[in-house]
Design a protein. Structure first.
Length: 132
C-alpha cells in the first residue's frame, strides 16, 4: 500500500520561515503533510546565533518533544521557568503550556515531534512581554 510509509529528506522540505518573513534568522521545515501523517508530525528548526523566537506558542491537545541536534540555547515557559539546553537534550512540553526558544552563541538546531490534530496551535506574539 502506497500510504503505509513515507520517506523524505528534511532539508528538501520547503523552508516555511521564508514564507513568513523569518529568514535568514530561522529555518523551519514541517513534515506532517510531506509524510502524509495522520496523527503525528515533526518540524526541523534552526535558529541563528543569539536569535530569540519572536513569539511563543501552545497547543490545545498536542504534546510535543524537542530534541536538540546542535548548538544550544534556552527554552522559556509561560510560567517564567527558563532552562538552558545543549546538544542531545530532550524537552517534553504538555499541550497547554506556552513555550519559546532562544539560541545561544552557536545557534540552536532542533527537531520537534508532536501527536494530535493539526491546527490546534495558538501563536502568542506577546509571549516575551507576558513572561517578563
Amino acid at each position: 500500500m502506497a500510504n503505509d510509509y513515507a520517506i523524505a529528506n528534511i532539508k528538501e522540505l520547503e523552508d516555511q520561515a521564508v514564507k513568513f518573513g523569518l529568514s535568514p534568522n530561522v529555518e523551519a521545515r514541517f513534515g506532517r503533510k510531506a509524510m502524509d501523517a495522520q496523527k503525528g508530525g515533526f518540524s526541523y528548526q534552526k535558529l541563528a546565533p543569539n536569535y530569540r523566537q519572536t513569539f511563543g506558542h501552545r497547543h490545545e491537545g498536542q504534546e510535543e518533544f524537542y530534541v536538540v541536534l546542535s548548538g544550544g540555547g534556552s527554552v522559556t515557559f509561560e510560567n517564567g521557568d527558563n532552562h538552558q539546553l545543549k546538544q542531545w537534550d530532550v524537552v517534553r512540553v504538555a499541550p497547554q503550556l506556552a513555550r519559546a526558544f532562544e539560541a545561544g552563541p552557536e545557534g540552536l538546531e532542533f527537531l520537534a515531534f508532536g501527536a494530535g490534530e493539526t491546527g490546534d496551535a495558538t501563536m502568542l506574539e506577546s509571549f516575551w512581554e507576558d513572561v517578563g
